[in-house]
Design a protein around this ligand. Structure first.
Ligand code: IMP
Length: 424
């Protein structure tokens, strides 16, 4: 069954682990959006792998991994990632990793432009990962981006970079940031692009052939639904469609090829970067940080933590068409005696079941909570739904009632075997 896995919060929901788990029965694992702003940590056979651009199917033998057209690809970052994987004994051959020739390339000036934009925003900054993601997608939309196909002929790439730099340098100069010559840009990426070109191909016929042959394709979403450029907490979002539709537009496999959407959420809420987070709570943040939990895989930043927010999840379940929920890090709540669930927002005295759109309303949104008793038991050893404490089952059942999707997976620890499959 072709499946998309999407984050339902602000990223970092633990999608990598669920993807890794489902990869066992997949033939192809694909990425359709985002770039190396993402960081997926997968622990397999006691080894920790941190993946940014490479789909986590790479950790398995005989799986094909695809980086689709919707991904923005930092060639230097990707080569470093491949090198680290190879040092860890994982083979990354051109047969195993296919990269769309339509994918846009993150170039050194994109990272500088990202920094310039953030500096210009001052206290309103987005808190980006500074990987050049926004400027690369902006160039794509402005039709001045470079795609991998353009690098098959360096002279063509040179001409396009010349045109782009004329404007980019002006902006960088204004911010007192380093400017670039075309040669500098090409020299910076040439070894990486040369290394990657054997992987670069038209992936669309490959995906369609796999679909028609009845193979299983798994899409690994990056970031989360509330970081979606259309449905998230705009402008505090990333620059791609992180929701399920992004898998199709970002790969060339149509929506009707995708039969299942697994929405991944933590048993609580976290966020990195700026922007509204109604259930953010200092006590919960301190609780996780004291346990060494909730520091970002990509930037190492401490994440903001808070109670489970079903207002966000209700919207995310709708726009993704979630068929199954995967609730991760349930064990994170093992030591809390009382759990709060945000069921609605109060905005200016009015009750709202769905997140607002306007920036002003987001600022005013205060959570309306329901309280449930915690379970105060170690859940990490449970291997089935029935082994979970009754109060944990009640908490998950209430989540289903509030957001309208069934819980099919429960994560209760970082190891592969710490994923409970909920029998229907
Ligand atoms: P950008 O994607 O680097 O432009 O950052 C935009 C926003 O998305 C910032 O708030 C980042 O912290 C956030 N973000 C981007 N990628 C991730 C991710 O993989 N996990 C969590 N947050 C992310």
């Amino acid at each position: 069954m072709n499946t998309t896995i999407c984050g339902l919060q602000w990223g970092d929901e633990g999608k990598g682990k669920i993807v890794d788990y489902l990869t066992e029965s997949a033939d192809i694992v694909a990425r359709g959006q985002g770039g190396n702003n993402a960081g997926h940590t997968v622990i397999a056979n006691g080894t920790k792998y941190v993946l940014h651009l490479v789909p986590s199917g790479i950790l398995w033998e005989n799986k094909t991994c695809v980086i689709g057209n919707g991904v923005v690809m930092d060639p230097v970052g990707l080569c470093q990632e491949i090198q680290t994987l190879e040092e860890q004994g994982i083979s990354v051959s051109p047969q195993k990793l296919l990269i769309s020739d339509r994918a846009h390339v993150v170039l050194p000036y994109h990272r500088e432009l990202d920094a310039a934009r953030e500096a210009a925003l001052g206290k309103n900054k987005i808190g980006t990962t500074k990987r050049g993601i926004g400027p690369t997608y902006a160039d794509k939309a402005n039709r001045i981006g470079l795609r991998l196909a353009d690098f098959r002929d360096e002279e063509e790439a040179r001409e396009l970079i010349d045109i782009r730099l004329a404007e980019a340098n002006e902006l960088l100069e204004r911010h007192g940031l380093p400017t670039f010559t075309t040669d500098e840009v090409l020299d910076a990426v040439r070894p990486a692009i040369t290394r990657l070109l054997p992987h670069v191909t038209n992936v669309i016929p490959t995906l369609h052939a796999a679909w028609k042959e009845g193979q299983t394709i798994l899409f690994e979403g990056a970031q989360g639904s509330l970081l979606d450029i259309d449905f998230g907490t705009y402008p505090f979002v990333t620059s791609s469609n992180t929701t399920a539709g992004g898998a199709s537009t970002g790969s060339g496999l149509p929506p009707n090829a995708i039969e299942r959407v697994i929405g991944v959420c933590k048993a609580y809420t976290t966020r990195v970067g700026s922007g509204p987070m109604p259930t953010e709570n200092e006590d919960i943040s301190a609780y996780f940080h004291a346990r060494g939990m909730e520091f970002g895989a990509t930037t190492g930043r401490a994440r903001r933590c808070g109670w489970l927010d079903t207002v966000l999840l209700r919207l995310a379940v709708m726009v993704n068409g979630v068929t199954d929920l995967a609730v991760t890090i349930l064990d994170g709540l093992d030591e809390r005696d009382v759990l709060k669930i945000c069921v609605a927002y109060d905005i200016g005295g009015e009750r709202h079941e769905f997140p607002p759109s306007s920036r002003k309303d987001w600022e005013k949104a205060t959570p309306i909570y329901e309280e449930m008793p915690g379970w105060l038991e170690d859940t990490t050893k449970a291997r089935s739904w029935s082994e979970l404490p009754q109060n944990a089952q009640n908490y998950l059942n209430r989540l289903t009632e509030l957001v309208g999707a069934p819980v099919s997976f429960v994560g209760n620890g970082p190891e592969r075997e710490q994923t409970i499959i909920v029998e229907k």
